[in-house]
Design a protein around this ligand. Sequence first.
Ligand code: CU
Ligand code: ZN
Length: 187
Amino acid sequence: MRQLLLSPLLAATLLLPAVTSCAGMSHHGEGHGDHATTGGSLVAVMTPTAGNAARGTVTFAPGDGGVVCTATISGLTPGDHAIHIHEFGDIRLDNGKACGGHYNPEGHDHALPTSGMRHAGDLGNLTADAAGNASYTIALDNVTIDGGHNPIVGRSIIIHVGPDDGGQPTGNAGARVAQGVIGYAKP
Ligand code: CU
Ligand code: ZN
């Protein structure tokens, strides 16, 4: 009887440090340090501004050519729509204006992604089909997830009602139809 009572207690005592140490190991094994600096992925959950219906997700992941951005958006009018990284991760205004202007830490002029010299936030245009759906992928060599060179975590994504024509100062794309904060994605 004494053996039966002692055994579970003994087992629990022996297991406890093992479990604790195991959790600690997996924490390191999953690259906690990497997520805090570089190597993690980001997601912006896009919600419509007032009077609009555009929504979806924009993700950023380390990949060939730097950071690979993938946008999947619905509820658009057919045709081209500007997509930019804007300066502030602030979606408190329902017109998207709290996100500020284009993310431009290097002080360049606005341009389309065909130009190397552009705002870090200039992602160009996505194209919606007749049903209002758009899928867009672009590799970015001028930003980082959260590294030293133009980090984008905590900024925002804006999708506009019209196309970015590359003109000054911000591409003449008109009103903001969807907004989302760029945050760390759950792995
Ligand atoms: Cu914009
Ligand atoms: Zn710009």
